[in-house]
Unconditional design. Sequence first.
Length: 385
Amino acid sequence: MSGRFQFDKGGSGQTLGRLYDHLDHPQSVLAKFAKALAKVQRCAGTLKNVKYPHCTMKIVIVGGTGNISTSLVRLLVGQGHEVTCFNRGQRGSLPPGARLIKGNREDEAAFENAMQREKFDAAVDVICFNAKQAQSSLRAFRGVGHFVQCSTVCTYGIQYEQFPSTEEHPLRPITDYGRNKVAADKVFLEAYAKEKFPLTIIKPSTTYGPLLGALRQVAWEFSWIDRVRKAKPILVCGDGNALHQFLHVDDAALGFAGVLGKAHCVGETYNLVRQGFTTWSDYHRTAMKVLGRDVELVGLPMRDLLSIDPARFDICAKIFGHSTYYSSAKLFRDVPEFVPKTSLEEGLRQVFEVMDRNGRIPDSDCEQWEDKIIEAQQTVGCLRV
């Protein structure tokens, strides 16, 4: 019979097979059984002697159209899961097969009631940024099989005791973003400790992709790409050799999807990064290779950059001017599906193409600040990398 669940020969399979032949409405009964069995298997591991054709989860992504979550939704849909996104419906579109529940999480009662009505197997919250939102998510996802919180490596701060830094490293955030993420994570960790709330925390580092664009070290802007194309020098912080880790959003999605439904990942925190590191100088040189130009990297000390324009260069003080190197050994151990596939060169090429297509690369001739700084520094001497 089409659509009938298949069982192995012998044991419970024979019993269930005989039961199938004697039921008045076998498909509906076995469908309910298979759905319940799938949920048990996802939480407790694979049961012996049972095979079913479609082990899928009902998953909600709080967010779903952002830098990482866009790739995550696409991946989960491609894996056959039943995917729902909860967001305001104001940015981007969902891939075919994903469903939208339109709403604002700041309307806590509506958000929590909508999530409770759905009875999801798993939830991934990529837009929980503070303790208040975390408390709301706890109420929204009471009874969920697995909950994944998207945190950040910014919770560790910039003073490290060892490289690579593991998930046990002390938390010393220096930004409001990092401090609020620590507070949110604490709410979830306390719920896990007291109530066994089925929590996994994932901490990405710098994830880049078509939506975010290709960052640079010294500032949050994209005219540097046009500068390279026009053979203009670009600024870096210090000697440009601060360590960093870059992960393409499609690879980040593998990490989030890979923990879902794994009982041994519950109660764990994972750094979501590639193995190894690169320097910001090598990052920019990789971009030059993709863009077909080789330009000069001009290094200025961080204190000089901040004295010139503290607002423009604050990303250096917050993280990019410091060496950061996190261990992902734990994630690789527990989630064998996490195998990053996109090289930095390949990823930047993709991002540049999308940015060009969408007109997101500014004309550097209209931006004079970088030329002025470089010219001024040439009169007193600067570090050429």
